[in-house]
Write a protein that binds this ligand. Structure first.
Ligand SMILES: NC(=O)c1ccc[n+]([C@@H]2O[C@H](COP(=O)([O-])OP(=O)(O)OC[C@H]3O[C@@H](n4cnc5c(N)ncnc54)[C@H](OP(=O)(O)O)[C@@H]3O)[C@@H](O)[C@H]2O)c1
Length: 261
């Protein structure tokens, strides 16, 4: 637990205003961890900050940062670095899916997508890794997706970005993880959050209501990360899917994905 528990250090959480990131932020606060919460929605950040600091008596800093704008990400990192705010962890949960066909995406859609999921993501990882290396206990938890474990014709950029996050995080884990530095990739499957609504994906209510909730995903993720797991796939169904994908030949995987569309 002392990975989060600190009177002076902070965990940076992206995507803290909603869904899985919000649930993870709450879990860290409940374990007496201080937080720097990032999101675009100022009112959601303020509500989160009030709620968590009141309920758990921890320090919460909020920053409105649009990760699609790399200058905002760099300014944020410089501010934290210049103020010498001690950092003990990073949770990268910010993300969304562009569900229009790849050929339909505008230049700004493509650029926002890549800056959010890749450039800002890499900058934050680089900053936090250097902040925690050799400075006691720390952790990095990057949220990918089961969509990143296979190519997806319906969400080409999304699955490619998540595949990057998966390989990047496992690479970091192999190179840098120690008993005092935990580096973990979380690959949730469909989860009951605003993700689908924000992406414009219409899920039937009965189907949506059967999905695991963000609190469950956050609970499993932190518990397994603390056990030193490099990869967390929270549900049995998706664990089995992962092993199946690893076993079958590429031509069979392509055929299956072509049929699913
Ligand atoms: N829900 C699922 O089925 C599912 C499945 C697998 C993986 N995931 C992954 O889990 C992560 C969290 O998703 P969720 O389900 O919790 O969705 P969500 O409820 O829609 O939350 C997405 C979060 O990302 C933040 N965000 C998006 N674009 C941003 C930007 N440009 N700059 C800063 N923050 C940005 C949002 O904050 P603001 O709106 O305040 O900017 C929000 O806090 C994502 O990476 C997603 O890909 C979700």
């Amino acid at each position: 637990m002392d990975y989060f528990l600190s009177t002076s250090s902070y965990t940076i959480v992206t995507g803290a205003t909603s869904g899985i990131g919000k649930a993870l932020a709450r879990q860290i606060a409940s374990k007496q961890g201080n937080l720097i919460c990032i999101g675009r929605c100022k009112s959601s950040l303020d509500i989160l900050s009030n709620d968590l600091s009141e309920e758990f008596k921890v320090k919460i800093i909020v920053r409105q940062v649009d990760l699609a704008d790399i200058n905002q990400t760099i300014s944020f990192i410089e501010e934290i670095s210049d103020s010498k705010t001690p950092i003990c962890g990073l949770i990268n949960s910010a993300g969304y899916a562009n569900v229009e066909g790849f050929h339909m995406l505008s230049r700004s859609d493509r650029s926002d997508d890549l800056f959010t999921h890749l450039n800002s993501f890499v900058e934050l990882n680089h900053f936090v890794l250097n902040s925690v290396l050799g400075h006691g206990k720390g952790f990095i938890l990057n949220v990918a997706s089961t969509a990143g474990l296979k190519p997806s014709p319906a969400h080409i950029l999304y699955s490619a970005n998540k595949s990057f996050i998966y390989n990047f995080t496992l690479g970091l884990n192999i190179k840098y993880s120690t008993d005092s530095l935990l580096i973990c990739c979380l690959c949730p499957g469909s989860t009951r959050t605003a993700f689908f609504k924000n992406a414009g994906i219409a899920l039937k209510k009965e189907k949506f209501d059967k999905l695991p909730i963000a609190d469950f995903i956050a609970d499993v993720a932190l518990e397994q990360m603390l056990r030193g797991r490099p990869l967390v796939i929270p549900t049995l169904k998706h664990k089995l899917q992962y092993f199946f994908i690893k076993m079958i030949p590429l031509f069979a995987l392509i055929l299956i994905q072509k049929c699913r569309g």
